[in-house]
Design a protein around this ligand. Structure first.
Ligand code: SF4
Length: 474
């Protein structure tokens, strides 16, 4: 359920949640940060690879129609089918129809953000089909009945203790009554429970990191091998993807894979990189009997040719989330969207409309770390600023905020007025602060002063210092 509208309240709740803060320590302690840097340091050509990755994505996006049509032809040649959907509703109905065609009662799912985007699990459940998540993080949050809080580490907000409680509660029905607290034992138990599901499932649904136009293949990377079991054991394999996942060639996919794993988890390569090309052939040992690729647009093609086109380069590595100080403080659920952190703050307003997500572009200090680590060099801060401007010009922010910005803009365009105003304001704040030199409250800044005091300006204004330095130098 989308709750981006309530970001300030969500964030305040998250900051007061001690358990969440303990779990988010993993982000700060280098889940992606330190490991990514170590992986980058081991690869001298990493910056050149980032340029190549950006260029591959830009080229594919500039020729989306060409490569998507080529992909469709190759999939059909290998015995599969490609379906095109405009809206989440169309995609849900189509997946249901594909499941019903094979009388599916249970589907296993490899990690797919598109399934989250279209709310697939509750939809299938409401039609009598049991979805089972097979990625360990997704499985944990499915048991907890929560949405993911990170695009590649969906259960990063959970402590080991919480996972132990969840398994203890939900695995009783499989005769497992002992509460485990060793992480290795917990993983083993999940593996044993999930093994049966892979065998019982009628349909396997996965996402795709890339679609390769040259061969009609879909690519998925995992560290648990769950993607392979999900797509090879059931009778039908359904891939959920979006158009911008297309890349021209196998070689292009290999280049992107090299930056993806390093940026995501600091690995040289993910443990499993699986290419699927059509259904099982007569001499194959395993594989699905049928292969379907569902490509959902959901407004993405509208970004092509506009100021937010660069966002379509995103390869969902999660690096911008791991490096964002706001994400590290409030976690993913505060964003109230399937996509969180800096990339989510740009993407979500385009999927659900800016009025429903107007707070997200402001959930950033604009420190620029997201852009600095993005493997495909997406200028996220620039786009966040643009969304803030749109929010202002479309009058989505409250009236006092708009007045304050308009007054500031008026003053900032008049240097003399600005200097006088700055001198006057500094004097007023110094007087109000008195001997303590700190202000506990400021008009129009209640949110800011709720958590900290404001130091009163000291000495001269910057402009006065600047002019004096100029005079002294002369
Ligand atoms: S915006 Fe860049 S860093 Fe963030 S998830 Fe996408 S590719 Fe990764």
């Amino acid at each position: 359920m989308l709750t981006s509208q309530a970001f300030p309240e969500n964030a305040a709740r998250a900051i007061a949640d001690d358990r969440l803060r303990a779990a988010l320590g993993k982000v700060r302690e280098g889940f992606g940060g330190a490991r990514r840097q170590a992986a980058v340091d081991r690869l001298p050509e990493f910056e050149a690879l980032r340029d190549a990755a950006r260029d591959i994505k830009d080229h594919a996006i500039a020729h989306l129609d060409l490569y998507l049509e080529r992909f469709e032809r190759r999939v059909e040649e290998s015995g599969g089918t490609v379906h095109w959907c405009e809206t989440p509703g169309e995609a849900r109905d189509l997946v249901l129809r594909l499941c019903r065609e094979v009388d599916a009662r249970m589907v296993t799912k490899g990690k797919t953000m598109i399934a989250e985007e279209i709310g697939l699990n509750p939809f299938l459940e409401s039609h009598g089909i049991v979805p089972v998540e097979t990625d360990l993080g997704e499985y944990i949050i499915q048991l907890a009945d929560e949405p993911p809080s990170h695009i590649i580490a969906p259960a990063i907000h959970k402590t080991e203790d919480q996972v132990a409680d969840l398994f203890h509660e939900h695995h009783r029905r499989y005769g497992r009554t002992r509460r485990l607290d060793d992480p290795g034992e917990l993983v083993d138990e999940a593996r044993q429970v999930l093994r049966r599901k892979y065998i019982e499932a009628d349909v396997g649904i996965t996402g795709a990191n890339f679609l390769i136009a040259e061969t009609g293949s879909t690519v998925i990377v995992t560290n648990e091998g769950n993607g392979d079991l999900t797509q090879t054991l059931p009778r039908r394999h359904i891939v959920l993807a979006t158009p911008e996942k297309i890349v021209p060639t196998l070689e292009d996919a290999a280049t992107l894979l090299r930056v993806l794993a390093r940026s995501a988890t600091g690995q040289e390569f993910s443990a499993y990189t699986t290419f699927s090309t059509g259904p099982r052939r007569p001499d194959d040992l395993d594989g699905p009997e049928s292969f379907h690729v569902v490509i959902l647009d959901n407004g993405r093609s509208r970004l092509v040719g506009g100021p937010f086109q660069d966002m379509l380069r995103c390869i969902k590595c999660g690096a911008c989330l791991f490096h964002c100080p706001v994400y590290a403080s409030v976690g993913g659920h505060a964003y109230g969207s399937v996509y969180q952190g800096p990339m989510g703050a740009v993407l979500t307003p385009h999927l659900v409309g800016l009025p429903a997500a107007r707070h997200l572009p402001s959930a950033s200090s604009l420190c620029g770390r997201c852009e600095a680590v993005c493997p495909v060099r997406i200028p996220i801060p620039r786009m966040l600023r643009r969304l803030r401007e749109r929010s202002h010009s479309e009058c989505l922010s409250p009236l006092p905020e708009r007045w304050a910005v308009a007054a500031w803009a008026w003053i900032a365009r008049r240097p003399r007025v600005y200097r006088l105003w700055a001198r006057f304001l500094a004097g007023v704040l110094r007087t109000a602060a008195g001997r303590s030199g700190r202000l506990r409250r400021l008009p129009l800044s209640r949110g800011w002063t709720a958590g900290r005091d404001v130091p009163a300006p000291q000495g001269e204004t910057f402009m006065d210092l600047w002019r004096r330095a100029g005079r002294d130098a002369a």
